[in-house]
Ligand binder design. Structure first.
Ligand code: PRP
Ligand code: URA
Length: 208
């Protein structure tokens, strides 16, 4: 699969296995989502643009680099919220633009309920944050919204993807790289990822 990047980092594999465990409580679950969000974003931002700067060290002047890209984090409510804090620790000046979508339980289609994007894009790269890429409907809808907004560079950063969801994103938006901790086996009849981790929103917010 081109443009799909699955982390090979042992820390990611370890933390994801604890996250999947049905006995992991919401507090630990939130901690792991935050940490995995940071680790995966670290890998997804390998190609951020830099600009040269001059730094005065205690010893001398030397050349350095600052980020030239401006980064927008786009968590898909609710479950994507838990990934923001970890990414913010890496890139504290990132802007955060929330998109609210929920899956209709019968049709599994995304329903938009919140969008506060300003009129014009304010960042040079958008990172969509959502732990679960299941049917792919929510990811495709979010990318549609961001492209209509005028976003030129978009990446999806998630924790677990189903083959069905990855295929849908690639069919509609082959230009958007997908960064994941794992690709799972399949979706069940209710659109849940198997083996997965259950409902990522409910497990974070204690609403199961
Ligand atoms: C979950 C998840 C994704 C979506 C993935 O959200 O966080 O946004 O499902 O499913 P899809 O790929 O089939 O669209 P959910 O709709 O459960 O809302 P929540 O985060 O508010 O719990
Ligand atoms: N949303 C979730 O939270 N989990 C799934 O397995 C699928 C969609």
């Amino acid at each position: 699969m081109s443009n799909v990047f699955v982390s090979q980092h042992p820390l990611v594999a370890h933390k994801l296995s604890v996250l999947r465990d049905v006995n992991t409580n919401p507090q630990k679950f939130r901690e792991l989502v935050r940490e995995l969000g940071a680790l995966l974003t670290y890998e997804a931002t390998l190609d951020l643009a830099l600009r040269p700067i001059e730094v005065q060290t205690p010893m001398t002047k030397t050349g350095g680099k600052h980020l030239a890209d401006t980064v927008g984090l786009v968590p898909i409510l609710r479950a994507g919220l838990g990934m923001v804090e970890g990414v913010w620790e890496l890139m504290p000046s990132s802007q955060v633009w929330h998109i609210g979508l929920y899956r209709d339980e019968d049709t599994l289609k995304p329903v938009e309920y919140y969008n506060k994007l300003p009129l014009d894009p304010t960042v040079s790269i958008c990172l969509i944050l959502d732990p679960m890429l299941a049917t792919g409907g929510s990811a495709v809808a979010t990318i549609d919204i961001l492209k209509r907004w005028g976003a030129r560079k978009i990446k999806f950063v998630g924790l677990i993807g189903a083959p069905e969801g990855i295929a849908l994103v690639q069919q509609h938006h082959p230009d958007v790289p997908i960064h994941l901790a794992a690709i799972d086996d399949h979706l069940n009849e209710n659109g849940y990822i198997v083996p997965g981790l259950g409902d990522a929103g409910d497990r974070q917010f204690g609403t199961a």
